[in-house]
Design a protein around this ligand. Structure first.
Ligand SMILES: *[C@@H]1O[C@H](CO)[C@@H](O)[C@H](O)[C@H]1NC(C)=O
Ligand SMILES: *[C@@H]1O[C@H](CO)[C@@H](O)[C@H](O)[C@H]1NC(C)=O
Ligand SMILES: *[C@@H]1O[C@H](CO)[C@@H](O)[C@H](O)[C@H]1NC(C)=O
Length: 233
């Protein structure tokens, strides 16, 4: 009898969850080290705010147990941000038309440079290696800058892409092609073409780097001239 009840409850729970299976799964397990780090860094970044001036980036101090990681924080009025973007925030050039959801009057963009911890927190598929450190930016509600444990806002560039201009990158090994990599907040990653020299672009927030696949043999059927110009259009 008890068994039947339990089974029915279980079935009900399963049918409830199945609609949101992909979303529900990550919430059931403890946060990944990368997500836990995002949360710690949000907290530390907000502590860099002391009578913050809107539109001025502040340097934060990451905890000593992640020395080598650099953070910054920038508080913005949502309306201004949407109308004007933000010309230069570290490596990021943010155009107008960026929309955050849910609506907040003020938001903060927390910047990360994972430095020598890049491959610890953002692991690449076998064969890939980093040519730059992993950098990122995440958007949070900044109406109350004492708040901690904030969830990220959804962010999407609705008009044109956000540019990511890496100041330095290791040289691309001969015969290999560099790719931009984007780590979404859910831990999934996507490879994209570079849009220029050391230049990537995105319509979303998250973490970014330039990578190369060291295992793959140079794809000979594709004319090399085409390869070196790909992504430039
Ligand atoms: C680092 O220290 C912070 C507190 O300053 C703590 O919340 C976090 O879990 C620690 N992270 C690691 C990886 O030990
Ligand atoms: C990263 O560099 C910092 C100094 O900038 C050092 O204290 C730390 O041990 C290094 N961590 C790793 C994983 O190499
Ligand atoms: C801001 O957040 C802090 C910490 O959660 C809380 O104590 C405080 O009441 C909040 N202030 C407002 C105005 O909501």
């Amino acid at each position: 009898m008890e068994f039947i009840q339990c089974s029915m409850i279980l079935l009900a729970v399963i049918s409830l969850l199945s609609g949101h299976q992909l979303k529900a799964q990550p919430a059931n397990i403890s946060p990944t080290p990368a997500r836990a780090l995002d949360s710690v860094l949000q907290d530390c970044a907000y502590r860099a705010f002391d009578q913050p001036h809107t539109g001025v980036p502040y340097v934060g101090i990451a905890p000593s147990n992640v020395s080598g990681v650099k953070i910054a924080v920038l508080r913005l009025r949502n309306g201004n941000f949407r109308n004007r973007g933000f010309k230069r925030y570290k490596e990021f050039e943010i155009p107008n038309g960026v929309i955050v959801q849910p609506y907040v009057r003020r938001l903060a963009l927390v910047y990360h440079n994972l430095g020598n911890r890049s491959s610890i927190y953002c692991s690449l598929p076998p064969g890939y290696s980093y040519l730059t450190f992993v950098i990122g930016f995440l958007a949070y509600n900044a109406e109350n800058i004492s708040a901690s444990n904030l969830p990220e806002l959804d962010l999407v560039a609705s008009k044109s892409a956000i540019s990511i201009r890496f100041s330095t990158a290791k040289a691309v090994p001969n015969g290999r092609t560099a790719r931009c990599v984007w780590f979404n907040l859910d831990g999934s990653l996507e490879f994209r073409y570079l849009v220029g020299s050391n230049l990537c672009s995105t319509y979303r927030q998250g973490h970014f780097s330039i990578v190369v696949n060291s295992c793959r043999v140079a794809p000979s059927p594709v004319p090399s001239r085409r390869l070196s110009f790909e992504g430039e259009e």
